[in-house]
Ligand binder design. Sequence first.
Ligand code: HEM
Length: 556
Amino acid sequence: MTSEFLQVATVIFLHLDEDFGRRVASWLETPQSKEETSEDEDINDGSEGPPPPHPHLNQLPSKMDLQASLSLIFFTFTAVFSLFSLSLFIIRYNPCCNCEVCTAFITRSWTSEFVNLSDWYTHLLRKSPTGTIHVHVLNNIITANPDNVEYIIKKNFDNYPKGKAFSDILGDLLGRGIFNVDGNCWRFQRKLASLELGSLSIRSHALNIVVEEIETRLIPIFKTVADNDAVLDLQDVFRRLSFDSICKFSFALDPGSLKPSLPVSELESAFDLSSKLCAERGVTPSPLVWKIKRLFNIGSEKELKRSINVVKRMAGRVIKERREKGFGSGNDLLSRFMGSISDDDYLSDIVISFLLAGRDTVASALTTFFLLLTQNPKVLEKIRQESDRVIGGSNDSLPTFGDLQHLHYLQAALHESMRLYPPVQFDSKFSNQDDVFPDGTFVKRGSRVTYHPYAMGRMERIWGSDSMEFKPERWIRDGEFKQESAYKYPVYQGGVRVCLGKEMSLVEMKSVALSLIRRFDVKVVDPDRILRFAPGLTATVSGGLHAVVRRREVPE
Ligand code: HEM
C-alpha cells in the first residue's frame, strides 16, 4: 500500500505539474500578449522618429519575479499537499499495524504468491476459522461467512448502508441514481423500478432487444471471424453487445457499438472512462486526494469531468427529445419513469445507474462462461443436447421466452460459472453503529464491511471438497434447476437490495450463449492461463479473452 500510495502521489504530482505549468503559462501569456499587441499598435501609429523606450522592458524583471513566485507557490503547495495526504493516510488507515495480514498488505508481499488481491483474500478467508478477516490498515472487515452475509444484507440491513464514502466516489457520475443512494431516495426508486422490471411486457421487450442485437450484429461478426480464421476478443464483443442492449433498454438509444466495423462510440468511451476513473478514486489513499484534484480540475479529475459531461449531455438530450415527442408509447425504462418523475436531472441519474448496473456485469459473466466451456467440453455437449431437445435441431432457431424457462441445465451452468467468476467479486457497506456479527466478530461504528462472493464460491466449507470444479450438476435436483440460498451465493447480492436485473440478465445471457453455442465452436486461446483481473467495479479480464471461432458442422 505504501508503494501504491507513493505511486499515486507521484502520478498526482506529475499531473499537477503539467496542469499547473499550463495554467501558469496561460496566466502569464494571455495578458502579456494582449498588452504586446496594443503596444505594437501604439508603436506603429505613424509618428516619426525612433520609438520611445518600450515601457514594459522595465517590467521584465518583475515578470520573472512573478514566475519565480508562482513556481515557489506551486512547489510549496505540492509539498504541503504531499505531507497532508501522507498524514491523512496514516490517521485513516493505521498503516502502523504490524499484524501478519496488514504487513503483507502494506509490503505487497502477497503478490509473490497470488496474482489477484481477491485470490489472496480467498486464501486468508479459507484459513480463518470464522470465515472472516480484518484488514486493519483499511479498516475493512471482510467476510465469506453466509450467516454474516445474511446479517449484513437482510437481518440488520439498516445498520449497513452503502455509506457516504461510496456514494461520494460515484456521486458525480450517478448522482441520486438507485445504485448510489440509501434511505428514502433509494426506497422510492426501488419501488418504482421493481414495479416496472417485474412486468411481463418489459421482459419481453428486453428479450426482443437482445434477439435483434444477436441476429443483426453478433452472429454476422462471428461468421466473419470464422470465415477469415481470425481471432476475436470475446470480452470486447460482449461488452459492446451488452452496452447496445442496456442503452436500448434504458433510453431507446442505439449507440451501435456492435456494428460490423466495431466503431468507437463516443458514448461508450465516455461511459467506460467515467466508470474506470470513478473506480480509481476508490484506491487513492485518502478521498481528499481526488477531491483536491477535482477542486482544481486537474489530471484524472479533469478527464473524469469531461467524460461525465458527455454521458450527461447525451442523457439530457434524449430526455428533452422524449418530452417533446411525448413518452406515452415508449417501452424503454426512461419512458416508463417519465410518468412518475418530472425532475429531468433526477431522471437522468436513475437511467445512468441502470447503464452501470446492467452493462459490465452481463459482459463479465458471458466472458468467463466461454472460458469454462472451453475447459469443460462435456458441459458444452450437455448444453447442446438440452437445447436440441427443448428448441429443436435447427441451429438457427433462437429460444423463445417459454423455451428459456425449460433450459435447466443451461441455467445451472450459468449459475455455476458465476459461482467461480462472479461479475461483482466483492461488495462493501459501512457500519452505522457498533455491532457484532453472528460469528462473534466485533464491528466498530464506521468500519467498512465487505462480503466476498468470489471467495465464497471457492470455499470448501460452503460448496464441498469439489468447490474448485465446474459442475453444473450441483444445481440440479430431480432434473430441475434448484436455486441455492442467496447468502451462500450472493452473486446478485440478495436480501433487501437484491439485484433488480437478475431475471433480465439471465434471459440475455442464455439467449447469447445458446445462439453462439448452437452455431459455432468457440474456443478460448490459451484457456489454462491464470486470469488477471483489472481493478474496477466489475470483474474485467486484463488483456481481454481471445478465442477462435469455427462454424459448426451440423449433420444432415
Ligand atoms: C450477471 C449480471 C448481473 C449481476 C451479477 C448483478 C449483480 C448485482 C449486485 C451484486 C448488485 C448489488 C450491488 C450493490 O448494492 O452494491 C446489483 C444491484 C443492482 N442491479 Fe444487478 N447484476 C446483474 C445484471 C443487472 C442488469 C442487467 C440490470 C438492469 C437491468 C441490473 C440492475 C441492478 C440494479 C438497478 C441494482 C441496484 C438495486 C438496489 O440498489 O436496490 N443488474 N446487481
